[in-house]
Design a protein around this ligand. Structure first.
Ligand code: FEO
Length: 168
């Protein structure tokens, strides 16, 4: 049985994951609009990944007989200055998500909810990977000054990304 505190915190995190999905979908539309179709594809895959995170948590809540309470997802921004601004926003956002997952983990430990702590470890590891991937892309974008043939090459690389749900 989940404690009410954990149930509420998991529901909040589901909302945060859906917001992430929404944010990345909005970024995908913006990138498509400025003709960076490879990065638009990358961001759309990121949107799918965030939806997967939300549903992974949703399934866990149900599995533990918790109550799923879906809340309003706030509207994301829809304009950025350029591609570097987009990835700087992504990095800041993911650092915020990491903070929120860590808080959830701390709560699970405090409540002696080992099953939830164990479940959350997957998200802790995932955040390390997400922050690292985004930092690398941001560094490469800065290296080419966010324009020209360097940007064209990075966009072509970003076009290769596909989201495949990890095997359970
Ligand atoms: Fe669901 Fe990007 O962390």
């Amino acid at each position: 049985m989940l404690s009410k505190k954990i149930e509420k915190a998991l529901n909040n995190q589901i909302n945060a994951e859906f917001y992430s999905a929404y944010l990345y979908l909005s970024m995908s539309a913006y990138l498509q609009d400025i003709s960076l179709t490879g990065f638009a594809n990358w961001m759309r895959a990121q949107y799918e990944e965030e939806e997967f995170h939300a549903l992974k948590m949703y399934d866990y809540l149900l599995e533990r007989s918790g109550q799923v309470k879906l809340e309003t997802v706030k509207a994301p921004p829809y304009r950025w200055k350029n591609i570097i601004d987009v990835f700087e926003t992504v990095l800041k956002h993911e650092q915020e998500v990491t903070r929120s997952i860590n808080e959830l983990m701390t709560l699970a430990i405090k409540e002696h909810d080992h099953a939830t702590a164990n479940f959350l470890q997957w998200f802790v590891d995932e955040q390390v990977e997400e922050e690292s991937t985004v930092s690398d892309i941001l560094a490469q974008l800065k290296l080419v000054g966010g324009k020209g043939s360097g940007l064209f090459m990075l966009d072509r690389e970003a076009a290769q990304r596909k989201f495949t749900p990890p095997a359970e």
